[in-house]
Design a protein around this ligand. Structure first.
Ligand code: T3D
Length: 259
């Protein structure tokens, strides 16, 4: 794997680090392809029970590397998006395991929307988000036009996208775009705590929650009730459900296996 992307897996937590700090982790096609492969591989890797996505250095990610061949004016950006961005967003959204974004600094363009595609987003207090697309004549991609209005509401999403105004981690949290904001000095400890918590949780339960919430946006209540019934039936047959109930009865901590 190239040094532009770091991957380690330990105690059920797959850590993926965007690693071009001198370019604020601007995304190259190589990074996009490799990260897509990593997320797709995580789906079937039983050692992986949670994923932590972060950036090296002072930024989380500033989106597409605007200097890369094939993305300049006159290029077929639709083809670029379909080949490089949409597969990655689909891989994150369809992964039935939790994905935690550790936003350690600026998240701009597709970098912001990749964070919003993750399941839980924790940002350091100095981090900021920028829907910077309109500044260069584009619209939010990487699922941004889908996620942002759902996270922050139509009015805020529209202004953020049209104005390209940076918003702080605190604003993002107050508006419901992210889970929490912590002091920069506490970011590592908090993300470590959460990722370990997620990796020792009943993985199939978390996967079902993710799938059901995602499906709810395109479903009516009747369809969703049926979906909940079917998923609960599946979960009722898992080891972790048995363990959860046993542990409750025995007044001890459960030991979930993710099966
Ligand atoms: O185009 C398509 O294929 C369609 C897909 C689009 C997806 C997208 O993500 S479009 C949006 C792309 N991203 C942006 O427009 C953000 C551009 N960056 C910025 O506006 C600023 O860098 C920030 C406001 C995010 C941070 O500013 P600042 O002052 O803290 O840092 P800086 O000095 O601007 O950047 C530091 C270095 O990173 C600098 O390199 P240098 O001059 O020291 O060698 C800068 O050029 C580089 N950098 C920052 N963003 C990008 C980048 N290099 C390539 N691509 C970038 N997106």
């Amino acid at each position: 794997m190239s040094g532009q992307l770091l991957r380690t897996c330990d105690a059920g937590v797959l850590r993926v680090t965007l690693n071009r700090p001198e370019k604020l982790n601007a995304l190259t096609s190589e990074m996009l392809g490799t990260s897509r492969n990593i997320f797709e591989g995580a789906a079937t890797d039983s050692h992986v029970r949670a994923v932590l996505l972060t950036g090296a250095g002072r930024a989380f990610c500033v989106g597409q590397d605007l200097g890369e061949d094939g993305v300049g004016p006159g290029s077929d950006l639709g083809e670029w998006i379909e080949r490089h961005y949409n597969p990655l967003v689909r891989a994150i959204r369809s992964l039935e395991k939790p994905v935690l974004a550790r936003v350690n600094g600026v998240a701009a363009g597709a970098g912001a929307n990749l964070a919003f595609a993750c399941d839980i987003v924790v940002a350091g207090s100095s981090a900021q988000f920028i829907e910077s697309f309109s500044r260069i004549g584009l619209l939010p991609d990487s699922g941004g036009t889908w996620m942002l209005p759902r996270l922050v509401g139509h009015a805020r999403a529209t202004a953020l996208a049209m104005l390209g105004t940076p918003f702080s981690a605190k604003q993002a949290c107050d508006w419901g775009a992210i889970w929490s904001v912590v002091a920069d000095a506490d970011l590592d400890a908090e993300c470590e705590r959460l990722s370990q918590m997620l990796a020792s949780a009943p993985t199939k339960s978390l996967g079902a929650i993710k799938a059901a919430f995602a499906a709810s946006w395109r479903s009516d209540i009747e369809t969703q009730l049926e979906r909940e019934r079917d998923l609960q039936r599946m979960l009722g047959g898992t080891h972790d459900f048995r363990e959860g109930v046993e542990a409750f009865k025995q007044k001890r901590e459960p030991s979930f296996k993710g099966t």
